[in-house]
Ligand binder design. Structure first.
Ligand code: GLA
Length: 377
């Protein structure tokens, strides 16, 4: 039996830049998913030896899912419950790529709230990929694990996401954010000295449901790709902040112009935040976080009233900066808040939600944590 844990994440800054080959700065959370893999005959189902099945179950779901290994294809992946696609998808893609994946039993147990924009799905697929890799002694390297986990989400699950979540779930480091170049997939841990700065990252889960499959995410991605095509560059990462005005003049579609403005300025903000963190100036990143939110709200148009109200409430309560984190259309907001103001800032969000007639938000502080690691069993 082999167990691995992989975390969820928040993104400090760099939203919808990953699939534009740009820059992101997420950090791994303490919450995550633990995947445990057994060979058949010794696991929890009592599956008989000689069975040809992959059996997966989630502690959070009522029923296990059992599939025959042979003859699986992409269409079969769409026929199983969505949570199990992340598990079976990893097994299926490995087998599809020529790895002999024997009958196995896999159990997953997650405490990442699902649908909150904290990458419960990356925690799931990364814990499974690492556990299966270790159990079978495949020796997949960092790049292969990243490619596998991203492909599971894109190809087996069918969500056109950009890879940031899997990268940080695999490679995050405690006390650090992970600066990622999403073209080369090179990563560097950047110190996030919250304690030493007297600051906290307060997370407000608005509980406004957030989904990628709804089409808005894919529409943004296609829009960005179309803008890059019209500008004659491989990806929007190739438009620099200095070239932005000239690029905008060459586009006559107002929506595409807004997308380009968001992505190009957001990449630039990520680089500025990394520079400040490298200089030990965490307290100075606040205005960049807030500018990122305004750009998501006004240009990229991926916010909803719940997240806008949470950001405003955090700023009014003394946050140095605040922004929505993750894919958008709901989910979580983060605020960079002096430790002494954390309770007051949380109360301010709760009050603002009550005044607006929204449901109760969930508030907690984020602890930059270790990426995927083995769990002693
Ligand atoms: C989701 C996706 C990521 C990224 C963010 C937006 O979390 O999974 O790949 O695109 O949205 O930054």
């Amino acid at each position: 039996m082999t167990s691995w844990f992989a975390p969820g994440r928040i993104n400090l800054i760099g939203e919808h830049t990953d699939y534009n080959d740009g820059f992101v700065l997420p950090c791994a959370l303490a919450v995550g998913c633990t995947a445990t893999v057994w060979s058949v005959g010794v696991g929890w189902t009592g599956t008989a030896e000689g069975s040809d099945a992959w059996t997966v179950r989630s502690v959070q779901q009522p029923d296990p899912v059992v599939v025959r290994r042979s003859g699986l294809d992409a269409a079969d992946m769409q026929g199983v419950p969505e949570w199990s696609r992340y598990v079976l998808g990893a097994l299926w893609l490995l087998a599809d790529r020529g790895v002999d994946v024997p009958p196995l039993e896999v159990e997953v147990d997650s405490d990442v709230p699902s649908g909150a924009g904290l990458s419960s799905s990356a925690a799931l697929v990364c814990s499974v990929a690492r556990a299966v890799d270790a159990h079978l002694g495949l020796g997949l390297d960092d790049d292969a694990l990243f490619a596998l986990t991203r492909d599971v989400e894109n190809d087996a699950v069918g969500a056109p996401t950009g890879g940031m979540d899997q990268l940080v779930s695999l490679r995050g480091e405690a006390g650090h954010a992970l600066f990622c170049d999403m073209r080369s997939h090179a990563t560097r841990s950047v110190p996030l000295d919250l304690g030493g700065s007297g600051l906290a990252v307060l997370v407000a889960d608005t509980r406004a449901p957030h989904r990628h499959s709804d089409g808005e995410y894919g529409a943004r991605r296609r829009g960005c790709e179309e803008a890059a095509r019209r500008l004659g560059v491989p990806a929007l990462r190739d438009v620099s902040a200095d070239d932005l005005d000239a690029a905008l003049e060459r586009l006559d579609d107002e929506e595409l112009r807004r997308y380009v403005r968001h992505v190009v300025t957001e990449d630039d903000r990520v680089l500025s935040v990394v520079r400040l963190l490298d200089e030990g100036r965490l307290a100075d990143v606040g205005p960049l976080l807030t500018a990122s939110h305004r750009s998501m709200r006004d240009d990229f148009r991926i916010t909803v009233p719940e997240v806008d109200i949470a950001v405003d409430a955090l700023l009014e309560a003394g946050a140095l900066g605040a922004r929505m984190t993750g894919g958008g259309f709901g989910g979580c907001v983060i605020g960079l808040v002096p430790v002494a103001s954390v309770d007051a800032a949380g109360d301010a969000v709760r009050r603002a939600f009550a005044d607006a007639g929204f449901g109760e938000p969930d508030l907690f502080t984020a602890e930059p944590s270790q990426g995927a690691h083995a769990v002693d069993g």
